[in-house]
Design a binder for this molecule. Structure first.
Ligand SMILES: Cc1cc2nc3c(=O)[nH]c(=O)nc-3n(C[C@H](O)[C@H](O)[C@H](O)COP(=O)(O)OP(=O)(O)OC[C@H]3O[C@@H](n4cnc5c(N)ncnc54)[C@H](O)[C@@H]3O)c2cc1C
Length: 282
């Protein structure tokens, strides 16, 4: 199948891109790894495609005040292989290794994955786990949206017409971390994936952060599970309870690939594994 007709604009400045995105039914084109298949399947029928690939100012990766600042157009592979990311936020580098194959990650962008907001995608859940902030720009200026407020439903975000995601700001984290993902084939989108970080003082859990992908309309932050661990010894029983609480917070879809009950059970299993590994690393 071929895409329905659309106008195409290769933006040469951020202002030009933002102005064009104010057109009804305009869509930004970044790496094209999700948008182009949607166009060809006619599941997306934009009036105007605004190509942002020439906007070099949106492609950067730098450490600033204990945070990693990532331009929305930065390719997955650049972030995954960055020495700074591997030392400051290894959870992010590891999670990116699960996003499709290298060819996809060479083209796909951080901003594109987040704006696409697939509930089974790795990056939205990682950003929710890490308490990232997103900078969104429009003709009327810039605003910051917390990752936990950005994802509103499957492929639905807080981005409005004429808004472009420009920057992702992620706090560095210390302590242990783990990614546990279940998918039908290696590098497929997750059936369920869990992203966890843990900091410990001796045997006591100082903080735990847990986000689950593939188990609800948006990434799920398992706050009750986190609270159950915080301030106590991280025993096997404490981890098992947290895993049950994380699973209880999910609202998984049932489909051809896996029924809802199976996904919920897997959310518990993967959370248990992720917490045990994160504790080891902490
Ligand atoms: C074979 C295959 C396997 C895949 N496997 C995975 C996987 O395992 N995990 C996973 O998470 N994804 C996977 N994907 C999806 C894909 O990798 C990501 O969704 C993709 O990389 C998104 O980034 P992009 O730059 O290509 O976005 P595009 O396809 O260019 O755009 C995606 C959407 O985001 C919007 N957009 C892009 N940039 C911005 C911006 N800066 N501001 C506002 N809106 C913007 C576009 O308008 C569009 O609606 C896979 C894709 C393929 C083809």
């Amino acid at each position: 199948m071929k895409a329905a007709p659309f106008e195409y604009l290769r933006a040469t400045s951020l202002d030009e891109a933002i102005e064009a995105l104010g057109t009804p039914d305009a869509r930004a084109l970044a790496g094209g790894q999700s948008l182009v298949p949607l166009l060809n399947l006619r599941q997306a029928r934009p009036s105007l495609v605004v190509d942002i690939n020439r906007l070099d100012e949106l492609s950067f990766l730098r450490k600033e005040n204990g945070r990693l600042e990532i331009g929305a157009l930065t390719r997955h592979r650049a972030v995954e292989t960055s020495a700074v990311v591997r030392s400051e936020i290894p959870l992010l580098a590891e999670a990116l290794g699960h996003v499709g194959h290298v060819a996809i990650r060479n083209r796909g962008t951080i901003g594109g994955s987040l704006a696409h907001a697939d509930p089974a995608a790795e990056l939205p859940a990682v950003m929710v786990a890490l308490d990232a902030d997103f900078t969104v720009r429009s003709a009327s200026g810039e605003r910051t949206v917390a990752a936990r407020d950005f994802f509103l439903g499957p492929h639905r975000t807080a981005l409005g017409r004429g808004e472009l995601l420009t920057r992702i700001s992620v706090p560095s984290h210390r302590g242990g971390w783990a990614v546990e993902e279940l998918s039908r084939r290696s590098r497929d989108l997750a059936l369920v994936a869990v992203f966890a970080t843990v900091t410990m003082t001796g045997e006591v859990c100082e903080s735990a952060r847990i986000a689950v992908a593939g188990a609800g309309p948006t990434p799920i932050r398992a706050t009750a599970a986190e609270a159950s661990l915080t301030g106590g010894p991280m025993t096997g029983d404490a981890i098992a309870l947290a895993a049950e609480l994380a699973a209880a917070a999910t609202d998984p879809p049932g489909d051809l690939h896996a029924p809802a009950d199976y996904r919920r059970e897997m959310a518990a299993v993967l959370t248990r594994r992720a917490l045990a590994r994160a504790k080891e690393g902490a």
